[in-house]
Structures are given as C-alpha cells and as structure tokens.
Design a binder for this molecule. Structure first.
Ligand SMILES: Cc1ncc(COP(=O)(O)O)c(C=O)c1O
Length: 378
C-alpha cells in the first residue's frame, strides 16, 4: 500500500526513547535548548501576527531577512548577497531540500558515523546510497583522510559534514576544514555543511565552509541559535546557480517559510546577546558534565568543544540501547549512541539542555548504575 521508500525509512531512535520515558524522568535526551527565545524575538513574532503578517510570503524568504543573513556571511565571502540565501522551514527541511536537489539515484553520499540522524535517510529518500565515514573517539572525532580516500568511488557525489557535531560535540579545526575542502574539490564532490551549532562553541570558533568552495551548500537554522525549535525556521546559503535549484525543491516541499516566524528571527539577528548568554550557561554545564563524568568508573569522554552534547563511551559489555534502557528505568533519559550510527555503539549521548541540578542528579543516577556494574559484574 505504501511506497518502498516509506517502508525503508525509520523514525529516529531519539524519538522512540522519549516516547517510552516514565513521567518525572530527568531528561538528558533533549536536542533543543531549554531556554526561551530572546524577548525581542518573541515580541517581533507576536507583533507580526497582530499586524496581519499572516499570509504567504516569497518562497525564498522575506527580502529583509535574506539581506540580513547575507550580511552575516560576507566576512566569509565578500560577494554574498540576498540571492545566495534561502529561508527554509527549519534545518531539517534545508537538509531534505539539499538532498533532493543534489543527489541523483545511485549516487554515493559520504555521511559521518556517528552523525546526525537525518543524513543517511535523506540520501536514501533521494535514491542515493549513504556511505559512512568514521569519526573515531581516538581521533577526537575528526575525519580519517586515508579512509575518506578509500571510500570515494566514481559514483560519489557529495560529502556531508557537521561541525560542531551532533552527537560528538567535536569542532573541526581550520586545518581539517581546509583538508576536507581540498579532498572534495579533488574528487568533484559537493559539500553539504550542516552548521546549525556554529554559534554554540566553547574554546575556538567554528570554521564555516562558506567561501571555500564553489560546490558547497550551508545548512543553518535558528532553532538552536535563538532557541526557536518549535517555530521551524532555518536557512540555506549556496552559490547562486545552486541556490536557484535549491529554491525549486524548497518551493515544492513547503511553498514558503512562515512569515511571522521570519519577522521574529529577523529581530533576533540585531543582537547576539541572547545567544551569548545561553552559550555561557552551556559552557558551565559542559564543564560540570566533563568533571562529573570523569569520576564515573567505566566511562570516558572527549570534552566537547561545541554543541550541547557529551558523547561518553562506556566499557561495559552491553549495547547502548540496553544501557540507555537500564538508565531509563532508573529515571534518567539518555540517547543510545547507536541511534547515530554503528560507531555510536558503546556510547550514550547526554544533552546539557537540562538545569545544573538536573545534570547533577542525572549523572548521580548514571554513577550509581556504573558503581553497581563495577561491584556485581555486568
Ligand atoms: C546537526 C543538526 N542538524 C540539523 C538539525 C535540525 O534542526 P532544525 O530542523 O530544528 O532546524 C539538528 C537538530 O537537532 C541537528 O542536531
């Protein structure tokens, strides 16, 4: 009754976990900031609705927002203008539009393992074949260039990158970005760079892929930057000829993005104060999580340099599903690492989108569980 592609595509493991959580659980599974959007952003959204901006707008977004976004990217590429920017109905929609606009049936697309849950399914929905490249803990979750070279075939058409990364929190240094660009150029690959966490960094700023190649699509979103996940609003930045093609697909997915949401986020671009406050709190929580996880026997962690996730590895002979399930029974929601790919096995993803007291409580429950495993054997 349904198409083959529908039968093959799965709902992400993250959502499954939430759906079976007992009430009152401590939630370290959230993939969204536990903050409200800045006041001026909420105000601008409400004002837009009240003032009658409740109608369809241009498919690629309202000109004022596209101009403001283009301005942000001009230090990376001075020629960036409105035509390079397409406002989307979220980063997720931007990723889907990019997949449908770029991947041909039978193409191979290099996707990170572990990596965000949409990259491989989107490639499959476009008829392409996702090919995983490794981000290993031992390498600080940076790509292995020898492996990338081995994985490229004449059918490889695109490389998906995500820095800062969900789930690992790794931020690619500039030297790695340079090497990835050179690698993609050498093999004629289009880079799809998911930069939705670019503002959420702790030590060194993230290096954008914009302005480094003619074959690049930047996927970005206001979801994390302005804590507006429920508004579903994001954007793509691409070279002009590619932007025209992306906009066709985007139009066929959703006609146009929400008009009042665009007016809300436009107000948010005037100041970065709200985002900076949020990042300061995330950094304090990151430090807390790193310190507390460091004391748990059987767990190790590469300190995340960005995003708001810790991706510890455990040494117990259990699947990440079983460990996350056991922790769920004790009242703490975590995300099993294998939801992000095979190299996520033996990992959990812990989100710092939880208050410091809840992070302490959640980590205490994890420490108790680890202590019992150490005492009684796994
Ligand atoms: C790496 C990454 N990319 C894209 C998205 C999509 O964000 P949204 O659809 O809310 O813009 C997320 C959300 O969790 C993410 O973690």
């Amino acid at each position: 009754m349904v198409a083959q592609r529908t039968r093959e595509v799965e709902i992400s493991g993250i959502r499954k976990m939430f759906e079976s959580a007992p009430p009152d659980s401590i939630n370290l599974g959230l993939g969204e900031p536990d903050f409200d959007p800045p006041e001026e952003v909420v105000e601008a959204f409400c004002r837009a609705v009240r003032e009658g901006h409740n109608h369809y707008g241009p498919s690629a977004g309202i000109p004022a927002l596209r101009d403001k976004l283009a301005e942000r990217y001009r230090d990376r590429e001075p020629g960036t203008g409105r035509e390079n920017v397409i406002v989307t109905g979220s980063g997720s929609e931007g990723l889907m539009a990019a997949a449908l606009a770029l991947y041909n049936p039978g193409d191979e697309v290099l996707v990170p393992n572990p990596g965000f849950v949409l990259y491989a399914p989107h490639a499959r929905l476009a008829g392409a074949v996702p090919v995983s490249y490794s981000l290993k803990e031992a390498d600080g979750y940076l790509p292995d260039f020898a492996e990338l070279e081995r994985l490229v075939t004449p059918r490889t058409s695109a490389l998906v990158v995500n820095s800062p990364s969900n789930p690992t929190g790794a931020v690619f240094p500039k030297s790695v970005v340079d090497r990835l660009v050179a690698f993609a150029d050498r093999h004629g690959l289009t880079i799809v760079s998911d930069e939705v966490y670019e503002e959420i960094v702790y030590e060194t700023p993230a290096t954008s892929f914009w302005g480094r190649s003619d074959r690049v699509v930047i996927v970005n979103s206001f979801s994390k930057m302005l804590a507006t996940t429920g508004w579903r609003i994001g954007f793509l930045v691409a070279p002009r000829p590619l932007a025209i093609e992306l906009n066709k697909i985007h139009y066929h997915i959703m006609a146009c993005p929400s008009t009042p949401a665009q007016m809300g986020v436009l107000a948010g671009l005037a100041s970065t104060a709200g985002t900076r406050r949020m990042v300061r709190e995330f950094r304090a929580r990151r430090d807390l999580v790193v310190r507390l996880l460091g004391k748990i026997p059987g767990m190790s962690l590469v300190s995340p340099g960005g995003a708001f996730y810790a991706f510890p590895r455990f040494a117990w002979p259990h699947s990440s599903q079983d460990v996350a399930g056991a922790l769920l029974g004790r009242g703490v929601i975590t995300t099993p690492g294998n939801a992000f790919g095979s190299l996520g096995a033996a990992h959990l993803r812990l989100s710092f989108a939880a208050s410091r007291p809840n992070l302490r409580r959640g980590l205490r429950l994890i420490a108790d569980y680890a202590g019992e495993l150490a005492e009684n054997g796994p």
